[in-house]
Design a protein around this ligand. Structure first.
Ligand code: SDX
Length: 439
């Protein structure tokens, strides 16, 4: 069982005249956690923490976030280094295996991704039965789940080599499924993956190549996609990764587990926010009155929220958003695009970062705020924005699933505090009710 180091001090809980000592464990970056594994046994108490705002669900060696200082590191390496010196495939290997690949490891991993890039031909026909206009995220989660019917199940009892192949299969085939879903949604023939193209170039080619108009693969677009995928690759115990760990803890096969993570990511409060940001910026641009929407976002009685703003962990500028904003501005000026939505986004950020409502709550742009503007400029259709997030997050989900099954994980089954009707209240209701069952 992976645990933190025992801290030199413990915490003492005083309750009903008793004192119970609770150990404190410390992580490698100095974060401390109260170990409550014995709390209920020694006090009868459970803790309550909606949304797990104050609760660590596990110990993990994969990703480190310091939300106060805006730090994000994968296996100890800062994302600012990775986007400059690595490809998405390097980072996928890093997350799943723990270190950046050697040249040979990278060649072997790329070969495994290529060998697992085609979907079973029988799966191809599934696409014909989704209604025109079905959101690609619904198609994606359905097709990922269907993989369990076509490929050997991967669960805790499988062999290490099967786990490696299945992790590569998920990272590669899901990219093919995503591109096929897009082609079906626009009524164009699907484009198969090619072994002579890199991961990101392959995806762009499957998305945009056509029999009548060969797609020109631009090195800059491929570089940008690598950067965007690296920045979205993992983010410790976010909602969808927690869903992956919870579902996987019941020893569900890998594909169903990743399908659950995909569904969780599709929510507008999570990965669906990148599409919601663009829709909101377009609405604000059309209306013209930015201040009105800022006011709505601050109004407690108004459910309107600034999409792409705020974060459960970051109480500083999301380091991913900082990189994406810079890439977005450089790319748009390079291609000579003057996207009015970028101007609206810049203005919203400028107003919000000088408004006490946002400053007091540490609300900054998050990873989703500028991503959609950059995807738009790259020609990615809006209904594919969250699919792009899911593709990028695959190595993170797979890495957490692999870490969880290797860690003697207990099935996820939280407690609750019951606040419903008592037997006495129910008894009063049942009194005098004759049996109404007719024999
Ligand atoms: C992702 O967890 C991850 O790591 C996720 C992610 C990843 O890589 O996996 O980073 C990806 O999901 C990014 C977040 C994308 N979602 C959005 O952009 C949706 C808009 N953001 C909010 O809904 C919100 O900020 C959340 C969901 C992101 C975070 O919600 P929390 O942590 O539960 O915060 P909260 O709702 O308790 O907000 C605290 C305060 C509240 O005001 P008060 O009650 O204190 O007066 O801040 C306010 C909120 O009303 N607030 C906002 C706001 N976000 C929070 N007010 C206006 N606009 C917003 N966007």
């Amino acid at each position: 069982m992976m645990t933190g180091e025992k801290y030199k001090e413990s915490a003492v809980l005083k309750f009903e005249g008793r004192e119970v000592e609770l150990p404190v464990v410390v992580g490698t970056e100095g974060d401390k956690a109260l170990d409550i594994k014995q709390l209920r046994a020694s006090t009868g108490l459970v803790t309550i923490d909606p949304g797990f705002v104050n609760t660590a669900s596990c110990c993990s060696q994969i990703t480190y976030i310091d939300g106060d200082r805006g730090i994000l590191r994968y296996r100890g390496i800062p994302i600012e280094e990775l986007v400059k010196k690595s490809t998405f495939v390097d980072v996928a290997y890093l997350l799943v295996h723990g270190t950046l690949p050697t040249e040979q490891e990278r060649l072997d991993f790329s070969c495994m991704l290529n060998l697992n890039s085609m979907i079973h031909e029988d799966m191809r026909h599934f696409f014909d039965h989704f209604p025109q206009g079905a959101h690609p995220m619904h198609i994606l989660s359905t097709m990922i789940n269907a993989m369990a019917a076509f490929y050997p199940n991967v669960d805790v009892n499988t062999t290490a080599s099967n786990i490696e192949q299945s992790c590569a299969r998920v990272i590669s085939i899901v990219r093919t499924i995503a591109a096929f879903a897009y082609k079906k949604s626009i009524g164009e023939p699907i484009v198969y993956p090619r072994h002579d193209l890199s991961y990101c170039a392959n995806f762009l080619n499957m998305m945009f190549d056509s029999p009548v108009q060969p797609y020109h693969i631009s090195a800059e677009t491929v570089r940008l996609l690598n950067v965007l995928f690296i920045l979205h690759a993992d983010h410790e115990q976010n909602c969808s990764t927690s869903a992956v760990r919870a579902i996987g803890s019941a020893q569900v096969n890998l594909y169903a587990t990743i399908s659950a993570g995909t569904s969780a990511l599709s929510g507008p409060l999570h990965g669906g926010a990148n599409q919601a940001v663009i829709e909101q910026l377009r609405m604000i641009h059309a209306d013209g009155d930015i201040e009105k929407f800022i006011k709505m976002a601050k109004d407690k009685n108004n459910p309107f929220r600034l999409m792409g703003f705020g974060h459960r962990v970051y109480k500083a500028y999301d380091p991913r958003a900082a990189i994406i904003r810079k890439e977005c501005e450089n790319y748009l000026s390079r291609i000579g695009s003057n996207d009015p939505l970028l101007n609206v986004a810049r203005r919203i950020e400028e107003i919000a970062l000088n408004d006490s409502y946002f400053v007091d709550r540490c609300l900054y742009p998050n990873v989703d705020f500028y991503t959609g503007i950059l995807y738009r400029a790259m020609g990615i259709p809006e209904n594919m924005f969250t699919v792009m997030f899911a593709l990028a997050r695959l190595p993170g989900w797979v890495a957490h699933w692999k870490e969880m099954i290797g860690d003697e994980t207990k099935i996820v089954r939280p407690r609750q505090l019951y606040v419903g009707r008592t037997l006495q209240e129910v008894g009063e209701e049942l009194e005098g009710r004759a049996s109404t069952f007719l024999l």
